[in-house]
Write a protein that binds this ligand. Structure first.
Ligand code: DAH
Length: 343
């Protein structure tokens, strides 16, 4: 007696669709059990036929699984070993459950405020060279002020044999933006840019200092630009951002790329006093000044005709003050309880 043809055909059809359950199916078991009903001299031949059929089903299934169009794609970015079976995988969030990071939400807000004031925006780089980090900003070779920017140096070198740098400030973009836009000056238009970006410093990390943070740089160059314009621009921006009138003051400072240079401070607004970390009444919020003639010259702009102001300050600190965030390290912590407050 041979295997039941109908059952054989239906099992082959299922195997060809990749259905591995055929190997444990009742139909296959019924074919096997048939052997018990056979006279002794037929059992051996039936058994061989059954085994050959089962092997055929297995080989159909194995060939199918190995064919490239049926290989399951492997997500090499998944946070588990590719060989982990599904049931053992850690639970991850669905992508739809994510939200924009608070620093990105606030950076967009800053850009929007400046856009309304006529400034364009450009993001800074995360690797830069000696020229943009120092020389074009009036830090001559060997100048001690270079040491104030204790940043991370990359082993790879630029075309002048100088090591590339993880930028310590967004001022690295000044020379590029000035050069790329100086044709506007000839047309009688100002250069007005804000430059948000990520910066890196070799800092001792604590509640108010991180090795990686964000800055917003600003540049304005035109004819007859003076310190009054600088102060009015920054004060207007900060009042817009915090949604209230603010008292502001400048105090003299030193940056190689501005002359004169200032620290810009605001009197801590009442509504923002909940940021318990900072007990002082005046908050230094950014560095600023009138762009040094050498910086304009390095970009091919004549400082006898054009003047301008620039500033740069930490975005993280602005956001901490706005939302009463007590520790800068929350931003990079990946803690969902923190991030979800800003959804
Ligand atoms: N780059 C400075 C820093 O990170 C901040 C700064 C000061 C930027 C004065 C400027 C500026 O553009 O004019 O410490």
């Amino acid at each position: 007696m041979a295997l039941d043809k109908k059952i054989v055909e239906s099992l082959v059809a299922r195997a060809e669709k990749g259905d591995r359950t055929v190997l444990r199916s009742n139909e296959l078991k019924a074919l096997f059990d048939e052997i018990k009903t056979l006279p002794p001299d037929e059992k051996a031949a039936y058994g061989q036929e059954f085994n050959a059929f089962k092997a055929k089903l297995e080989s159909i299934l194995d060939n199918l699984a190995a064919s490239p169009s049926n290989l399951k794609p492997i997500d090499v970015t998944a946070p588990w070993d590719v060989n982990t079976v599904e049931a053992d995988r850690p639970k991850t969030l669905r992508a739809e459950d994510g939200s924009t990071h608070p620093l990105m939400i606030e950076t967009q807000e800053l850009i929007d405020i400046f856009a309304r004031m006529g400034f364009s925006a450009l993001e800074s780089r995360q690797i830069d060279d000696d020229w943009n980090m120092f020389t074009s900003l009036n830090f001559p070779e060997g100048h001690p002020a270079r040491d104030d920017y204790d940043t991370f140096i990359v082993e790879e070198k630029d075309k002048h044999g100088k090591n590339l740098i993880a930028p310590a400030h967004t001022s690295t973009m000044q020379n590029r933006v000035l050069k790329a836009n100086k044709h506007l000056l000839a047309r009688g238009e100002p250069i007005a840019y804000v430059i948000p970006g990520r910066v890196f410093r070799n800092e001792d990390v604590d509640a108010t200092h991180d090795h990686t943070f964000y800055q917003l740089e600003g540049l304005y160059v035109g004819k007859d630009v003076n310190t009054g314009h600088l102060i009015a621009t920054l004060k207007t921006f900060l009042e817009e951002y915090y949604g209230q009138k603010l008292k502001a003051k400048t105090q003299p400072f030193y940056f190689p790329f501005t002359e004169p240079s200032f620290e810009f401070a605001i009197e801590k607004p009442k509504a923002l006093k909940k940021s318990a970390n900072n007990t002082e009444e005046w908050l230094e919020i950014l560095g600023c000044g009138m762009i040094h003639p050498n910086v304009l010259k390095a970009a091919g702009i004549d400082p006898a005709i054009y003047t301008g102001f620039a500033w740069g300050g930490g975005i993280d600190r602005l956001v901490m003050l706005k939302h009463g965030i007590e520790d800068i390290r929350h931003f990079h912590s990946g803690k969902l309880n923190f991030l979800r407050q800003f959804e």
